[in-house]
Design a protein around this ligand. Sequence first.
Ligand code: SF4
Ligand code: ZN
Ligand code: ZN
Length: 282
Amino acid sequence: MKCEYCEKEAVENIYGRYYCENHFVKYFLGKVRSIIDKFGINGRIAVALSGGKDSSACFHSLHKLKLDLLPFYINLGIESYSEICQKKAEELCNSLGYRLHIIDINEYGINLADEKKPCSVCGTAKRYLMNKFAYENNCKYVATGHNLSDVVTFALNNFMNANLMNFRGNRPYLEGKEEYKMVAKIKPLYWLKDKECMLYVYINRLRYAEEECPHAISAPTIQIKEWIHEMEGKKPGIMLNMAKSFWRLEEMIGSKAKLNICRKCGYASYSKICKFCKIRKR
Ligand code: SF4
Ligand code: ZN
Ligand code: ZN
């Protein structure tokens, strides 16, 4: 099949349109640009690198769009996995001319191997440390590599667990709150599916870790994501519509929870002591 925009062979079919490698990259960067433009992103962005394909694609695409970036990596101290991922993130940064900043979770007294629910602790720690790093380094935004497949998976997981209290993170942009030391969050890959991120990484020959986190096997979201992709295969566009619906729903529900300032660390919290400080105390 030929590309819709030139004579070259197509490598991807997106919602019924065929793209060659060059035009696919243009499409990808256009989707990232649409998020940047829609929310008027202008200023330094702390980019969270995990060593995986999505954050690598996110970082590379923001670099291509010539934004002001500060890449960082949170070493979760998970056996050899964390070391491999750090190495890949470093290689990517070096190849693009950046220095990677490293944050070590163990320095905060957290050891995921000791936790009964490592993913829950990991999620809290990552959210906290990302924001802290961005705030302390005068960044206006934190960018993460969450893509369309992730957004829909997380939202459905909340639905399946009747967890509307935590029905957040379904939008590509979350405004910051200076008084709570909260930096704005952006998801530049919001309109791009898992396989599109993989193709972008492949075409650009980006370095990334193929290893899965050993704790991922127990994560319930893996099955949800497989199920969503199966549905998307049968009815292309379903994920896009779900993301739009979740985005609107989040805006309609709003946040009833009242923000405080953590008495221990001074960062935002929904209770007197933030979740991160509670984990550290434990
Ligand atoms: Fe963290 Fe769980 Fe993801 Fe591993 S699978 S990186 S522990 S959230
Ligand atoms: Zn083409
Ligand atoms: Zn705290």
